[in-house]
Design a protein around this ligand. Structure first.
Ligand code: ZN
Length: 133
């Protein structure tokens, strides 16, 4: 791994962006990667279909936490539609370092957690809809 990139990842790990708790998130999910012991809780505040607020807490290896920090920067201000379209490759581009297959689950945990949070929210919305008969 290139030293410059490694520093960049470590900087996000030491001083993660958007680290904290949202009081009343529209969507949230706690994801974990048992292979490495990484945990990430993503909290999203969604207003008019846009991710207006985002925060996360978590602990784990540098790649997992730096990935969450980078991802929260990326999705803030994006529409839910655009966030749902993000692919693992998009996230790996953001991270910008070569991730070994063994660390892939670490790197992608944040995206997986966001996807779960949005899916849970969609399910809750569907239940809230009045029944059509
Ligand atoms: Zn990890």
């Amino acid at each position: 791994m290139d030293d410059l990139y490694r520093d960049y990842i470590l900087e996000h790990y030491r001083r993660p962006h958007n680290f904290g708790v949202l009081e009343d998130p529209t969507a949230s999910y706690e994801g974990s990667n048992p292979l490495c012991g990484d945990r990430i809780t993503m909290m999203l505040g969604i207003t008019d279909g846009v991710v207006s607020e985002v925060a996360f807490t978590g602990r784990g290896c540098a790649i997992s936490q730096a990935s969450a920090s980078l991802l929260t920067d990326e999705i803030k201000g994006k529409t839910v539609e655009d966030v749902e379209k993000l692919t693992p490759d998009d996230l790996l581009d953001l991270i910008g370092v070569d991730i070994s297959p063994a660390r892939l689950k670490c790197a992608l945990l944040s995206l997986d957690t966001v996807a779960h949070a949005l899916a849970d929210r969609a399910a809750a919305h569907a239940e809230a809809e009045p029944e059509q008969s």
